[in-house]
Design a binder for this molecule. Structure first.
Ligand code: AMP
Length: 399
């Protein structure tokens, strides 16, 4: 591996995921996960060169978590101060109206990301802690923030505007921002490569179905709609998030169930979606329950697929037809039932799934529509770390 390595950091409220990789080849030198930061019984799992180190230790804050990770890098022969790390790329959830391109972090940028915490109270403060910690530990290496909202910055006005009082919306930054942008951009680009066609010539729908889930509609490579909104709560049914609901439900809960803002926040962000309906947020668990005849799990699955078809229909019409429909992320890449059920009975629209291709166990980009289908149906593994590493490398090499 050459001397051009990028460290990618995805810092959550109590966890830090990281990868050290070569942005050109995508080769991963080391990767790990620090968990339960600030809680009892923290832990790190660090893998390098096929060897995994684990340790259970109290991790008081993000700086301590990253310091621990840096020790593991050194222990596995990738001392970060000597390994030729040229940049650190950080996943930042909300860029608001301010940030819509990968941005070199300085004190001013860090403060601005922190100010956007009002729009993403669960995410941006954690991102800020991760960036601040790396700035302390690697002060001489450029840090680049890559925003989850950036790809959707240019959404058409009709798609990004909520029909509420325009002055209230303007005063509080209320619009559709969209999230998972790094994944939607990466995957839609890979679709064009896979089909060997210029991105400008393809209209497509991308389903990013992980623990969080979103769908985007792209005309000629540019997003024209996406299911997440001001926050990552809107849209599809997710592991623990409700996705779309009647906003009146929130008022009803506050008036009738006397929930306060934190109670509603917890309910909709952590206690809803698959977990709220079936008691589990992991799709493998859900399938196991369905297999065992659990009616609540079956209903959760049906609601999940119903919502996917709802958005598919909307975006098909918005685009006036599509060339490609793509599934990505944990569920999208690994669950053939979801793909088949989402696209079932749509042959009159030129959309079909080949059962053998759909159930083939492959890990690379692949076609799952029959050879003669009008619409290409694809499974494309996402790789947000690689996309962030490339963005960070591009920016720091040209800076
Ligand atoms: P992500 O957020 O992209 O990591 O996706 C997490 C979701 O993907 C969880 O609901 C997992 O159950 C699901 N998932 C991951 N691997 C598999 C698999 N092999 N089969 C079915 N679902 C999977």
């Amino acid at each position: 591996m050459g001397g051009n390595l990028v460290l990618v950091v995805n810092s959550g409220s109590s966890s830090i995921k990281y990868q050290l990789l070569d942005p050109d080849s995508g080769t991963i030198a080391a990767a790990g996960l620090v968990e339960r930061i600030g809680e009892d019984g923290g832990a790190i799992e660090h893998t390098a060169d096929g060897r995994t180190l684990t340790e259970q230790v109290v991790i008081p804050d993000h700086t301590a978590g990253l310091r621990l990770a840096f020790e593991k890098f050194a222990d596995t022969g990738h001392d970060l101060t000597a390994a030729g790390v040229t940049a650190v790329g950080h996943r930042v959830v909300h860029g608001g109206e301010v940030f819509y391109e990968p941005t070199l972090v300085d004190a001013r940028v860090l403060a601005a990301i922190d100010e956007l915490s009002a729009l993403a109270p669960l995410h941006n403060p954690a991102n800020v802690r991760g960036i601040a910690a790396v700035r302390t530990l690697l002060p001489d290496i450029p840090q680049v923030a890559v925003f989850d909202t950036a790809f959707f910055h240019g959404l058409p006005d009709a798609a990004k505007t909520y029909a509420i009082d325009a002055q209230v919306a303007a005063a509080h930054g209320i619009r559709r921002y969209g999230f998972h942008g790094t994944s939607h951009e990466y995957v839609s680009g890979r679709v064009a490569e896979f089909l060997n066609r210029p991105p400008e010539s393809i209209d497509q729908i991308v389903f990013h179905l992980g623990n969080g889930a979103s769908v985007s509609a792209l005309r000629g490579g540019q997003p024209v709609d996406t299911s997440m909104g001001l926050t990552p709560l809107e849209g599809l049914v997710m592991g623990t998030r409700s996705g779309d609901l009647d906003p009146g439900i929130i008022l009803h809960l506050m008036r009738t169930a006397h929930m306060d803002v934190n109670g509603v926040d917890r309910l909709l962000n952590r206690g809803s979606g698959l977990r709220g309906l079936a008691g589990v947020n992991d799709f493998r668990e859900l399938r196991r329950l369905i297999g065992a005849g659990d009616a609540a799990a079956r209903l959760a699955y049906d609601v999940y697929v119903h919502r996917l078809r709802h958005y598919l229909g909307a975006y098909l019409i918005e685009l006036g037809g599509v060339d490609a429909i793509t599934f990505t992320a944990g569920v999208g890449e690994n669950n053939p039932d979801v793909r088949a059920d989402t696209l079932a009975g749509l042959s009159r629209f030129g959309i079909a799934v080949d059962p053998d291709r759909n159930t083939a166990r492959e890990r690379t980009a692949r076609r799952i529509s029959p050879p003669d289908a009008k619409v290409e149906v694809l499974v494309v593994p996402t790789n947000e770390e690689l996309a962030i590493a490339r963005a960070a490398a591009d920016l720091t090499q040209t800076a």
